[in-house]
Design a protein around this ligand. Structure first.
Ligand code: LMR
Length: 331
């Protein structure tokens, strides 16, 4: 009887204390998992976060970084976060479809004229609200981290939308991205990021869309002879944590972590463009892919095919969200 009372009391205390409560004298452990390489905007951000936390919260918080889907990957990372098996992730905004439709605004093709427009949008009130759009699922958005604009790679040269017809393109798990490829007569195939290189190599899919940094760090250019510099979409991330875990971190520690996140976010978003430019140069210097630059008329042809998606997804995403994104462009 005594034993069961003690066990119940311990269980109740553990629940109240929450998941961050480390054993006496032990640091809080933050497992930060992601699917890309270390030498990418997100990979570097995760490592800088780890470094600053260990410098500023020594003995209090330990950060373990797991890159390249080495702990969890696209298929199971969100469940792992909800189960508090990992405490931080930075999935691309295309991967939250199951939890909120509003973030799909970032998937709408040709929504943003350039990366600077994306940056401006993320600073606006509407974007800040979207960080809380998954609160009811226990997912807490901490920051937006950017990678860059996406390019189309393929087994054949893509100048006009019709050139993509009949090709299978790997997509992230987003209905908007599927519809984007369907709009040009291509076949979208959902695949986890960790499987993309193999699928391109074996020819299961013949094309993909990625920023330069992901193409280079996964060696996709070695199996994609053509890259069209389309800049047609955005690859951005949300740094997320488990709400319950986050609330259970002692206030002073959490404040320090928030300051570090702000600093790391600024670094990631400042340097992403430079990293992508570096990788663009490396890919072109390697000679394994031919660069296809679009004329204004060609780019316009892609826009015209894909623009109807804005209207088609307006009800799901919200007209107010789309409008807020649109007005950051300076056309
Ligand atoms: C993808 O699946 O293509 C990207 O979300 C990978 C990443 O995290 O950059």
């Amino acid at each position: 009887m005594f034993k069961s009372c003690v066990t119940a009391a311990i269980a109740a205390f553990t629940l109240l204390a929450g998941p961050a409560m480390a054993a006496e004298g032990q640091p809080i452990v933050i497992k930060f998992a992601h699917v890309v390489a270390d030498d990418t905007p997100k990979g570097k951000g995760a490592l800088l976060f780890q470094k600053l936390v260990h410098e500023r919260l020594p003995g209090q918080v330990k950060v373990e970084v797991y890159p390249n889907s080495s702990l969890v990957g696209d298929a199971d990372e969100m469940q792992a976060l909800l189960d508090n098996k990992v405490q931080m992730l930075a999935p691309s905004l295309s991967k939250f479809d199951k939890y909120t439709k509003q973030l799909q605004v970032f998937d709408l093709p040709f929504m943003f004229d350039d990366q600077a427009a994306v940056d401006r949008f993320q600073k606006r009130e509407k974007s800040r609200e979207l960080l809380r759009s998954m609160a009811s699922h226990g997912i807490y958005g901490l920051a937006y981290w950017n990678n860059g604009l996406k390019q189309l790679s393929a087994s054949k040269p893509l100048h006009l939308p019709g050139d993509a017809a009949g090709l299978a393109f790997r997509v992230q798990p987003s209905k908007v991205l599927e519809a984007q490829f369907e709009a040009v007569g291509a076949k979208p195939v959902r695949l986890p990021f960790a499987e993309v290189f193999k699928a391109l190599q074996s020819g299961t899919v013949q094309g993909a869309e990625n920023p330069w940094s992901n193409i280079a760090s996964q060696n996709m250019h070695k199996v994609q002879p053509y890259i069209t510099e389309s800049n047609h979409g955005v690859l951005a991330y949300m740094l997320v944590t488990n709400s319950e875990f986050w609330r259970s971190v002692p206030f002073a520690v959490r404040s320090e972590l928030e300051g570090i996140i702000l600093e790391v976010t600024q670094m990631v978003n400042r340097e992403a463009e430079a990293l992508n430019q570096r990788d663009r140069e490396r890919i072109l210097a390697s000679g394994s892919s031919k660069l296809i630059s679009l004329s204004d008329a060609e780019r316009q042809a892609w826009r015209e095919k894909m623009l109807p998606l804005w209207q088609a997804y307006e009800a799901e995403i919200g007209a107010d969200v789309i409008r807020a994104a649109q007005i950051v462009n300076r056309r």
